[in-house]
Write a protein of this length. Structure first.
Length: 417
């Protein structure tokens, strides 16, 4: 069995989106043949790999101000241990300097001048002695540098590069910090992709566009969710339909959920109904956004759930909701990606309501096999059609299941086997 070293910003996780997707790829692979190098302060939430190595922002910053300290160390998973730094849930705000392009460039400078413990890293990687390096490529420049360093330890090793989100295609912006970051990211990403033995993208749309960009074809892979359907599940007693959204609220998805909540309120008032929407997310929200997404008697924010809680909530729903923002800036960022939650929704088998622009890869994937709202001007009509006239119309998810199975088998053949 091939020994695979996973290099990514996020730790393998049962809850957080990127970590959950990565975990789904390798959950059937022997733990003894997996290792992970990651670049955040996230807690190890499961014993998924044989060994883990972390280089975090906190360690890097400490190394800048202490010449004796070097960033990076091996971690041991201890069940229910509080000894490993736990990443606080991100808070969704209207604007955040921390995620701005200026802040991201300042972060890159800190990583550049920091002192990483390369001796320790080399010893750890050599001790694991991987056959494959699987790199989840994002927009952190330092991650590419460390990936290239690790690759240099094994000149002839098989290299797999996976891209989940678009950071490099042109945007309609005059922000000089973004333009600089885009140029630097593109340069490092191109080198990684061209040198990779296997190139993996998250959607057919990304495959087509990146093939033109890098002159290299890719295979497809997104969240390979386990079957979350609970046989003979008894839903909680209710007077009307329950809609459930379980996922991230970033990229202003919360705004689309707020519009949907208002549409449900109008539907209830006009038809003497009591349809409700429950919103689950590991991300916290500030009070302004909470006021937008919560409507008394209609919608409520329920906070985060663990893995079993998510499974229960999805099985308990009558309708599962997928939401994407209609704002141009968000469309540019999400256009080529497929949401983690879609595979989980499909495994449940319940009706799916998808609200978002038709140009997005997620919406295209669901277009023929879910109830889709692609324009806020039609939301009242579509909601009524779903909840009243057309709720019992057949929804065939087998087509989507077959597509996902094909991608999974192709991934195993090219990466894992």
């Amino acid at each position: 069995m091939k020994k695979i070293l996973i290099i990514s910003n996020n730790v393998l996780s049962s809850q957080n989106n990127n970590g959950k997707t990565l975990l789904s790829f390798f959950k059937d692979h022997p733990k003894s043949s997996l290792a992970q190098l990651y670049f955040s302060s996230e807690k190890l939430d499961g014993n998924y790999v044989s060994t883990s190595y972390r280089i975090s922002d906190e360690d890097v910053l400490k190394s800048v101000f202490s010449y004796k300290f070097k960033a990076g160390n091996e971690l041991d998973y201890i069940k229910n241990s509080g000894g490993i730094l736990k990443k606080e849930p991100s808070k969704i705000k209207a604007e955040s300097f921390k995620s701005s392009n200026m802040a991201r460039l300042l972060r890159e400078i800190v990583w550049k001048i920091s002192s990483v413990d390369h001796d320790s890293l080399f010893k750890w990687v050599s001790g694991f002695n991987p056959d494959v390096i699987f790199f989840c490529a994002g927009d952190s420049l330092f991650a590419y540098d460390i990936y290239q360093t690790v690759c240099s330890y094994f000149p002839n090793i098989k290299k797999v590069v996976y891209i989940t989100d678009d950071y490099i295609l042109p945007r309609e912006t005059l922000n000089l910090f973004w333009l600089l970051r885009r140029r630097l990211t593109y340069s490092k990403m191109k080198k990684a992709v061209v040198e990779a033995n296997v190139f993996v993208t998250i959607s057919e749309e990304m495959r087509i566009e990146y093939k033109k960009l890098f002159n290299k074809d890719s295979i497809l892979a997104f969240n390979m969710s386990a079957n979350l359907k609970i046989d003979n599940f008894k839903k909680t007693t209710r007077s009307d339909f329950l809609l459930v959204y379980a996922g991230g609220l970033h990229f202003k998805r919360w705004g689309t959920l707020a519009v949907l909540a208002r549409a449900l309120k109008r539907f209830n008032n006009e038809n003497n109904r009591k349809v409700t929407l429950e919103i689950y997310s590991h991300q916290n929200v500030d009070s302004d956004i909470l006021r937008e997404i919560e409507i008394q008697g209609v919608s409520r924010f329920c906070g985060s759930l663990d893995e079993r809680g998510v499974q229960y909530a999805l099985n308990n729903a009558d309708i599962l909701v997928h939401a994407e923002s209609f704002e141009k800036k968000c469309i540019e960022s999400t256009r080529l990606s497929i949401s983690t939650k879609i595979a989980e929704y499909i495994s449940i088998g319940s009706k799916i309501l998808a609200v978002g622009p038709s140009s997005l890869a997620s919406m295209k994937f669901l277009a023929s096999n879910a109830v889709c709202i692609n324009d806020f001007n039609t939301i009242d009509f579509k909601v009524k059609e779903l909840l009243d006239d057309g709720f019992f119309l057949k929804q065939d998810l087998d087509v989507l299941k077959n597509k996902m199975l094909k991608n999974k088998n192709n991934f195993k053949l090219n990466v894992v086997s």
